[in-house]
Design a protein around this ligand. Structure first.
Ligand SMILES: [Zn+2]
Length: 203
């Protein structure tokens, strides 16, 4: 038996399923799927949003990767802890949500290498410079999110922490249900099946 299994679009596609499919149905499918491979390490391609990282961790997926952080950077979008993407640079016709005042203030104190050196202006820049700053920022935010998820799951503080930390993303109801089922049912399993992202976001 192969120790690792790498999966393409199945999980991301399930997560993107139309609203008509109920969350409990999606959850059932995801859990069933992970149970099928419970003796193997699962690597899933195509998961790379802050909210979907929570889902992957709660499902016990070992590692994920996605080029989403780079695609977003190229489209002038940045990622933020615990919430979705925001438009920071106006590049062409991409539309999306803008930063709120709170988010902007939070961003001014972002400790990532790009923001420490070039600030918010660096994220707004055009060309290769802006792209590099946004890509660095986005990857840093994802790695930090993964680190926090792991820390809180291990400390068993996840259940209280995520409610404060995670915005009302479209995935929130799914995460709520996963916390209910996954954390009680798989409490022991989660320790040994934590997400490990460090080498995997490179794609
Ligand atoms: Zn930053």
């Amino acid at each position: 038996m192969k120790p690792w299994i790498a999966l393409g679009g199945i999980v991301p596609n399930l997560l993107r399923a139309p609203q008509a499919i109920s969350h409990s149905r999606i959850l059932e499918n995801l859990l069933h799927f992970c149970q099928e491979f419970k003796n193997q390490k699962l690597h899933v391609f195509g998961i790379g949003g802050t909210a979907t990282l929570h889902i992957a961790a709660l499902l016990g997926i070992h590692s994920v990767d996605s080029s989403g952080w780079r695609n977003r950077a190229a489209r002038g979008l940045i990622q933020l802890p615990g919430t979705g993407e925001r438009v920071i640079a106006d590049l062409g016709n991409w539309r999306g949500r803008r930063l709120s005042e709170d988010e902007f203030n939070q961003l001014k104190n972002c400790p990532c290498p790009a923001c420490r050196q070039h600030g918010v202006e660096g994220l707004k820049a055009s060309g290769v410079v802006g792209f590099s700053n946004r890509a660095t920022h986005n990857l840093w935010v994802l790695l930090e999110e993964a680190r926090l998820i792991e820390e809180h799951l291990l400390a068993r503080t996840y259940k209280d922490w995520y409610k404060e930390h995670l915005d009302n993303t479209m995935y929130r109801p799914l995460i709520d249900r996963l916390v209910e089922t996954s954390l009680s049912q798989y409490a022991g399993a989660i320790d040994s099946r934590l997400i490990s992202l460090s080498n995997c976001l490179e794609s």
